[in-house]
Design a protein around this ligand. Structure first.
Ligand SMILES: [Zn+2]
Ligand SMILES: [Zn+2]
Length: 490
């Protein structure tokens, strides 16, 4: 029997899963499964690392995300407070939580359109729907459903959440048992995702709550809609306690705090095909393979750079190289107040040749346009930090304000002329005041078609051994005496 895991969290489900990508894919190989999906909470940050790991081991990578869905609209950021009946150990006050403010939904990218829609949904969830979690809503789903496969997720799923009477959804409040609303939502997903909408059946030993949800679905819907699902957050059953400690770090609670957040199960580990066969009907396992076969998308790993293009009006019949050369020469002449200086000219000519050969003209013109717009809009900008201060081209274009000829700053630290083959565009540190960053992101310049071509970079930090030991100690009520014995290194 074949089976593919379509619901799996890696360490990029921050402070929620302890699964490392390499060990995940190794385990999938060991279990003889041909594909696996990664569905981290609210982000697709694992995509590149995961795709590479799968390609190396001959496994088909499936990219997805477990999205958070707002109960009504993503714009609503205020919810009534409800009493939980628990007391905070430190303040001795009753805990008040927001009423249900987000439920779960799994989306998998079927093709390139789907992948782009998934990225758009993740971005909008942060930009427009953020309330404790990055949230989307049905309006966005209706708009960006093309190319995506949707599945119902866990007990906290957008539909399932209405099928569990008054139970807690991962510490996010309580919802009423409301099968009518569950049916209405079900119809919404069928309407927008059609054959690409599936019902996840889970069994991690949660008991009667999950069983009654599974029953509710099985009684009403056809067999081809069901997929067996294993919502895993750690790799083996033995890692349950490590993961449980990890959850304490997430909510900053002591491990012996009776009211802290816990998983409703001790079995959220990656299961083998044989284990899944014990829990589900054969067609529910086979359907996971059918879903995996539908996926046609694989993240391109070409190492090619996709630089945005300039507007036709900006080019005015010229090539980007010609515009670049023209603006550099005009900029330098401006800097030198119309005087000619062979030293500057030689330096500029040399640098321009390097930029043109490396194919960085359009990239540099984008930076030029952005800085030009900032200065015209009275946005404070930096004068040039780091190796960029050694470039006469950047100085001429006004991207930096440091004269590299006068200050004797070397250009080679910025771009190495000896290594131009498929070189990455050089880093240029642009400094803006924090308060003006959104404006800098959103400008829709007449020169560059920048709209929808912006990408935000994210950095995921990991705990080093010392910090990890310290955090673990405090979670376990330890006195922290071991800390001085832990070296500072990695
Ligand atoms: Zn979930
Ligand atoms: Zn999940």
């Amino acid at each position: 029997m074949n089976y593919v895991n379509l619901h799996c969290h890696t360490a990029y489900s921050l402070l929620d899963s302890i699964i490392r990508i390499d060990t995940l894919v190794d385990k999938v190989v060991e279990y003889g499964q041909k594909a696996v999906a990664v569905t981290d909470h609210g982000n697709v940050a694992a995509a590149v690392k995961f795709t590479k790991a799968c390609k190396e081991r001959g496994i088909k990578p499936i990219l997805g995300c477990e999205m958070y869905v707002a109960p009504d609209t993503r714009w609503r950021k205020k919810y009534e407070k409800i009493r939980t009946g628990e007391f905070d150990a430190t303040t001795q006050k009753e805990i008040l939580r927001d009423a249900h403010s987000a439920s779960h939904l799994i989306l998998l990218a079927k093709n390139e359109v789907g992948w782009k829609n998934l990225c758009t949904l993740c971005t909008l969830a942060y930009e427009e729907g953020f309330y404790k979690k990055p949230r989307i809503d049905h309006e966005l789903l209706a708009r960006y459903s093309e190319g995506l496969i949707a599945t119902t997720a866990c007990m906290g799923g957008d539909i399932s959440v209405h099928l569990k009477a008054g139970l807690d959804v991962e510490g996010e409040g309580k919802t009423e048992f409301d099968p009518w609303l569950a049916s209405m939502k079900f119809n919404f997903y069928v309407q927008h995702f059609g054959d690409d909408f599936y019902i996840e059946l889970q069994d991690h030993g949660e008991g009667h709550v999950q069983d009654s949800i599974n029953e509710w679905y099985r009684e009403r819907y056809p067999d081809e809609m069901f997929i067996a699902s294993n919502d895993c957050h750690y790799l083996t059953a033995a890692e349950y306690d490590v993961h449980d400690t990890f959850l304490c770090c997430n909510v900053v609670k002591h491990k012996n705090d009776p009211g802290r957040w816990r998983f409703p199960t001790t079995q959220a580990y990656l299961r083998s095909t044989e284990e899944m066969e014990q829990l589900f009907y054969p067609h529910e396992l086979e359907n996971t393979v059918k879903v995996a076969d539908k996926i046609e998308f694989e993240l391109p790993m070409t190492g090619t750079w996709f630089i945005p293009k300039l507007h036709k009006e900006t080019l005015n019949g010229q090539t980007p190289e010609e515009v670049f050369t023209r603006e550099c020469i005009a900029g330098l002449s401006n800097r030198l107040h119309g005087k000619e200086d062979p030293k500057y000219k030689a330096r500029l000519d040399f640098e321009m040749a390097v930029f043109i050969k490396a194919g960085f003209c359009e990239y540099t013109l984008i930076l030029w346009d952005l800085m030009d717009w900032c200065r015209r809009s009275d946005i404070l900008t930096g004068d040039g930090r780091g190796s960029g201060a050694g470039s006469c081209v950047l100085y001429a274009l006004g991207i930096t304000n440091v004269d590299p000829v006068l200050r004797d700053c070397p250009f080679e630290r910025f771009i190495n002329p000896g290594r131009l083959e498929n070189a990455a565009p050089p880093d240029v540190d642009l400094d803006f005041p924090q308060s003006r960053r959104p404006g800098c992101h959103r400008i829709s310049s007449p020169k560059v078609r920048r709209e929808q071509r912006l990408s935000n970079w994210d950095v995921c930090d990991t705990w080093r051994f010392r910090a990890h030991t310290e955090t673990r100690g405090s979670i376990r009520h330890s006195t922290g005496r071991s800390k001085p014995f832990v070296p500072l290194g990695p």
